[in-house]
Design a protein around this ligand. Structure first.
Ligand code: ZN
Length: 706
């Protein structure tokens, strides 16, 4: 057992994080590059780590199957030995052209499936055709006019088909959208969706489901049109236990945000309180439900909590400090002000923070402080990371990158493009387009591409500062590491914030940068940061927007489309079989697997595997390597799937500060072993992003898969 394994074992026996080697060594780091923190009067701890004694454990095994499924052995063979080859129905005349430009895994999966001519898939009973057509029209948001044209064509073959899309889709005629809080409003409800979700679950899934569900909600606004000033402000919900897609609890459309937060939340708060006290029953089983998180960006949080906006002097939602007016903005420079408490916020102890009484205080069993996390998608990705890039491109002269450096970065981006895994929905855009980057692109940059492409471009101090943020966020995102290293990550973020002001100026201590010091608290209450992020809601909000096809009555349009089956939530299947694509005969094929079929691609339960670059790098039992072939055998009820794997024989740390990158399973790798290893597909494997670095590669464990 090496030092780190001992540490893991010890930590499992004690809850004291203080005994952690990372935390113990915080004081040692950066002794040589101590900064003068004149801009803060707080005593800042400089985080550091002596990870040389930590050894290595593959912590990023979060997407692996239970290792007990492993058939017990990994086989090796030499390649040379076995190489064988409505009342006012809408959109009748219109057609939505606002197609999703999101090049994502699911759409590619769909396309691949479409391209594979499986005759069995095309066979169906005529009785199913109306139902299948309705599902297709709803899933793909096909306008009624197009559905009508298709129905007229098909009716000559299938007479029982209706001729009108509204009949096919059972479009509701009676959608009442009263004016509430100054806008068009419709309330679906919470239980409405829970009953739908549960009725769509298998009996096995229902048996496994806990009877205490935790609801997360999101409130955010999105403009519906470029030319007409109308915004959509839905209340979206998601059940934490299911990790499925969100559902719309309420729809609100208006020229501005709701005029009254109390009116806007009246139905929700009434139903939530009813559910939290009495629960609900489905098929004889009683369920309790608790609202555990309200996930929003800073303006929406201020709106719901009725507190000062993020530019205010007493705007921090987590600590009590008065901002300072500096260089035409309010800055929050203290990292150790007293923290706000639930009792203090409920009783409005700080009158300079509250504008009025929030309706959230009427919610039973809800914490107004920890129940409203600081959403890292907006705070970190769209906030701090974009701010950093802005400073490198258009900041003060002393921290700006030269044109040559920017060109070098662009070249690296172009070089990286073919190495980005399929699960990432957007390919790398040039750094100069950073203002248009989506949150997923900024996350990709922070966690994966940035640490590699910025090395030797930024100054040592700037790079070290960026890496501090990248490492701290990676620790807080990891379900395996976040709770053990939450104290360390918090110290690292405080150090990052202090250094950020030192490097880029005191005026950078704005709300977003300051709030970084509080996100570790969200991890303490909700687990890994992704548990309470806006990412799933942001994606769903875009889908809801696309349901609107004309400017009139947008709320009723969305409600009808949702009732027709568009944007329906789902509970992800846990027993999905792997799919194998692109058969070939090119090997390598070990002798003992001659009766297996060879494939170039496999859609496993959680990720995509390929023999091509971008999706072929994995960590298996702590070894980094490349998938060279995918083998599958299926006869009657007997089936097996294995991967042919080549290990990199050279492995070293990519960085050693703020900790040894090997602790995060981030390695410089080189030289593939010529002896293949065969691994069962059911064995625990961790997908990596493999990016070129000088003449070698850097492997970074992948943490995001959708
Ligand atoms: Zn604060």
């Amino acid at each position: 057992m090496n030092e780190l394994e001992k540490d893991v074992a010890d930590t499992e026996c004690t809850s004291s994080i203080n005994s952690d080697p990372l935390t113990d060594s915080l004081q040692n780091r950066h002794a040589s590059d101590a900064c003068n923190f004149d801009n803060t009067d707080d005593n800042l701890t400089l985080p550091g780590v002596d990870s040389s004694s930590l050894g290595h454990v593959d912590f990023f095994d979060e997407h692996s199957d239970d290792s007990s499924h492993f058939t017990g052995h990994i086989q090796c063979f030499d390649e040379s030995a076995g190489d064988v080859t409505i009342n006012d129905f809408d959109d009748v005349g219109g057609c939505s052209e606002d197609f999703d430009d999101c090049y994502n895994w699911n759409s590619r999966l769909q396309n691949d499936s479409d391209n594979d001519c499986d005759e069995n898939d095309t066979e169906c009973d005529d009785d199913d055709v109306p139902e299948q057509l309705a599902k297709w029209a709803a899933d793909d948001n096909i306008c009624h006019a197009s559905v009508n044209r298709l129905l007229r064509i098909l009716k000559t073959r299938i007479p029982e088909l209706p001729t009108d899309a509204r009949k096919l889709l059972q479009t509701s005629r009676n959608v009442v959208t009263p004016v509430v809080a100054g806008g068009e409003y419709y309330y679906f409800g919470i239980e409405y969706w829970l009953q739908i979700l549960l009725s769509g679950s298998s009996s096995q899934a229902l048996q496994n489901l806990t009877d205490h569900l935790h609801l997360h909600i999101n409130v955010d606004g999105i403009p519906l049109f470029n030319s007409v000033n109308v915004a959509l402000w839905p209340i979206l919900g998601i059940v934490a236990e299911w990790k499925g897609s969100p559902f719309p609890i309420a729809i609100f459309c208006s020229k501005s945000k709701p005029t009254s937060v109390s009116e806007y939340l009246t139905d929700f708060i009434a139903e939530m309180n009813e559910l939290s006290v009495n629960g609900f029953t489905f098929q004889g089983k009683h369920y309790c439900i608790t609202l555990s998180a309200v996930i929003c960006d800073a303006p929406a949080r201020a709106f719901l909590k009725c507190v000062k906006l993020h530019g205010g002097y007493r705007s921090c939602e987590r600590c009590v400090q008065t901002g300072e007016w500096y260089n035409k903005k309010v800055i929050l420079s203290s990292v150790s002000a007293p923290l706000r408490t639930d009792a203090g916020v409920s009783s409005q102890q700080d009158p300079k923070h509250h504008l009025s009484t929030s309706p959230l205080t009427q919610l039973q069993n809800f914490s107004p402080v920890t129940g409203v996390p600081l959403d890292y998608m907006h705070l970190v990705c769209l906030g701090v990371v974009r701010r950093q890039i802005h400073l490198w491109i258009a900041g003060p002269r002393e921290c700006k990158l030269s044109q040559i450096q920017l060109c070098n970065l662009s070249e690296k981006f172009v070089q990286f493009r073919s190495y980005i895994p399929r699960e990432f929905s957007r390919r790398l855009r040039a750094l100069s387009e950073y203002k248009q980057w989506k949150a997923t692109e900024l996350r990709l940059f922070l966690l994966y591409t940035g640490p590699i492409c910025l090395k030797e471009i930024l100054t040592n101090e700037q790079y070290s500062n960026f890496l501090d943020l990248s490492v701290a966020v990676r620790l807080l995102l990891s379900p395996q590491l976040c709770m053990r290293y939450v104290d360390y990550a918090e110290q690292l973020l405080k150090y990052f914030v202090a250094c950020f002001g030192h490097l880029y100026g005191k005026d950078q201590f704005v709300y977003n940068v300051h709030s970084l010091i509080h996100i570790a608290d969200d991890v303490r209450h909700h687990g890994a940061l992704d548990n309470v992020s806006s990412f799933p809601f942001e994606s769903y909000l875009g889908k809801l927007k696309k349901l609107v096809r004309r400017p009139q009555n947008p709320c009723s349009q969305i409600v009808r489309r949702v009732m027709e089956g568009c944007c329906q939530p789902n509970i992800p299947s846990t027993d999905k079989d792997a799919e194998f694509k692109k058969p070939h005969t090119e090997g390598p094929l070990p002798v003992s697997y001659m009766n297996y079929l060879q494939y170039k691609q496999c859609y496993a339960r959680d990720f995509f595997i390929s023999v091509a670059s971008g999706d072929n790098c994995f960590i298996v039992d702590g070894k980094v390597g490349i998938i060279k072939n995918i083998l599958h055998y299926q006869v009657d009820n007997s089936c097996d799937a294995v991967l042919v794997f080549d290990e990199f024989t050279h492995r070293e740390s990519f960085f050693t500060n703020p900790l040894d990158s090997q602790l995060l399973s981030i390695f410089i790798v080189d030289k593939l072993c010529s002896v293949h290893t065969v691994i069962p597909l059911s064995h625990g494997i961790t997908k990596c992003i493999l990016l070129p670095y000088k003449s070698k590669f850097v492997a970074v464990p992948q943490m995001h898969f959708s």
